[in-house]
Design a protein around this ligand. Structure first.
Ligand code: HEM
Ligand code: MTE
Length: 467
């Protein structure tokens, strides 16, 4: 019997396109699945996400693959084995402050490695209503702290005649457990479209800086009440501090109005569970804030301290970032004190399938995407056009029931539309309407801003139709 061919991970990685052929690994086995890509029942683009690397992280998300007939399909394509030293992923330790960051899912499209910022690819983003934890978008400003759940304490600063609390995780579990589905969106979602018009400063997020999870934890209003805080008439703010900090010791921080924090209907959580699991490290283990309907920046992760202050948080991210400006404002003229911090986000929608530049079959096209609005406003309709906005069809909405004023989570949508013969290309556009009848602007030009936030123009995808 011939001994199997031995390959390194590097060699496997070099085979990740149709030109170089497509290799994947499962355990220590190497497969050339080039011929199978177009036969994949889940579609070629999903299989391609694993090209040049291991299948396990993807198959862990799509358990449909745990069947013997799938192993048999794969077995036909076996070409060899991984070299013994390559079987376990290498561990690299350095003095790099990011060296202790967690291992991430290979499907994530990385916008910046240090700090880690990444989004799920569009074709996985709307595959599930609830985003699986490993591919939930990640927005970190600093290295991920490695916190010990046994010694972790959350400090709640009490009012003058109340009491400050130092809560262990067990203490937090004693408060009534509240569970809700909430979509989190970064203010920079879809920034790349603004950048195409005119340069903006920030990470090049495409349409994936948004994800949805079931969050569970204690309600912030219950914890604040325990410390003696009361809803008050005067303008006050609840300030949050993270346990992630830069080399100068400055921690991530943000704030929300006390009125929202104390309103039980606003359902602000000190969350310790995400989709039934303890929070993953990237998403704030062991405790983060979840502020339904509000921009991601206020959902402070690795929460260390909560205090009630007469003013908004003095954090850079509250005062010198995450604000919107007129298109005419540039870095020489910008006055950050002149604009309010972003809290509730405007109505948003995007197309996840087909992908820009793709070739689709004539006859029928299936267009998919997501739609969401801030402040608990429900999405009532998504309009889709195949001709750049001349004519519109109404998409089918799918998702959890939207509670009035508490529609915290997105709706996924889909449209099956016929593509008459002879049409060579489609200019697909989508736009959503929320229950206040807010709509999205048709282009980015009038909403362009130097920081590239609040990018919610009609989303457009151009595809060619196969002859
Ligand atoms: C479905 C094989 C890689 C995502 C399937 C099915 C097969 C298959 C046979 C149909 C299952 C059934 O209905 O019984 C394979 C093989 C792969 C591979 C041999 C590797 C060479 C991947 C990867 C992903 C993926 C990397 C994800 C990113 C999916 C999805 C479905 C599916 C989402 C379900 C589609 C649906 O529900 O309509 N795959 N797959 N597959 N696959 Fe894969
Ligand atoms: N909290 C801390 N402590 N540090 C951070 O860098 N990033 C914020 C927010 N909370 C951040 C944070 C921003 S800008 C966003 S959009 C969300 O976390 C992203 O949450 P996620 O990484 O779980 O998707």
């Amino acid at each position: 019997q011939e001994s199997p061919h031995i390959y390194t991970r590097e060699e496997v990685k070099a085979h990740s396109s149709l030109e170089t052929r497509i290799w994947v690994t499962l355990g220590s086995e190497v497969f050339d699945v080039t011929e199978f890509v177009h036969l994949h029942p889940g579609g070629p683009s999903k299989l391609m996400l694993a090209a040049g690397g291991p299948l396990e992280p993807f198959w862990a998300l799509y358990a449909v693959h745990n069947q013997s007939h799938i192993r048999e399909i794969l077995a036909q394509y076996k070409i060899g084995e991984l070299s013994p030293e390559d079987k376990a992923p290498s561990t690299l330790k350095t003095s790099d402050p990011y060296a202790d960051d967690p291992i991430r899912h290979p499907a994530l499209k990385v916008n910046s490695q240090r700090p880690f910022n990444a989004e799920p690819p569009p074709e996985l983003l709307t595959e599930n209503y609830i985003t699986p934890n490993p591919i939930f978008f990640t927005r970190n400003h600093l290295p991920v702290p490695n916190l010990d759940p046994n010694t972790y304490r959350l400090h709640i600063v009490g009012p003058p005649r109340g009491q400050s609390l130092s809560l262990s995780l067990d203490d937090l579990y004693q408060f009534p457990k509240h569970e809700i589905t909430v979509t989190l969106q970064c203010a920079g979602n879809r920034r790349s479209e603004m950048n195409q018009l005119k340069e903006v400063r920030g990470l090049e997020w495409r349409a994936g800086a948004i994800s949805t999870a079931r969050w569970a934890g204690a309600r912030l209003c219950d914890v604040l009440s325990k410390a003696g805080h009361q809803p008050c008439e005067t303008e006050a703010h609840v300030c949050f501090e993270g346990l992630d900090s830069d080399p100068t010791g400055t921690a991530y921080g943000a704030s929300i109005p006390l009125a929202r924090a104390m309103d039980p209907e606003a359902e602000v959580l000190l969350a310790y569970e995400m989709n039934g699991q303890p929070l993953p490290r990237d998403h704030g283990f062991p405790v983060r804030v979840v502020v339904p309907g509000v921009v991601g920046a206020r959902h402070v992760k690795w929460l260390g301290k909560v205090s009630v202050e007469p003013e908004e948080s003095y954090s850079h991210w509250q005062r010198r970032d995450y604000k919107g400006f007129s298109p005419s404002v540039d870095w020489d003229t910008v006055d950050f004190d002149s604009a309010p911090s972003i809290q509730e986000l405007p109505v948003q929608s995007a197309i996840t399938e087909p992908k820009d530049g793709e070739m689709v079959e004539s006859g029928e096209v299936i267009v998919k995407g997501y739609a969401w609005s801030g402040g608990g406003r429900a999405v009532i309709r998504v309009d889709v056009s195949l001709d750049g906005g001349l004519t519109w069809q109404v998409a089918e909405l799918d998702g959890e029931k939207q509670r009035p004023r508490k529609a915290w989570a997105w709706q996924l949508w889909q449209l099956r539309a016929s593509v008459p013969p002879g049409i060579k290309e489609l200019n697909i556009v989508c736009k959503a309407v929320d229950d206040s009848y807010n709509v999205q602007p048709d282009t980015v030009a009038p909403i362009w801003n130097l920081r590239g936030v609040l990018s919610n123009a009609w989303h457009r995808v151009h595809v060619r139709v196969a002859p």
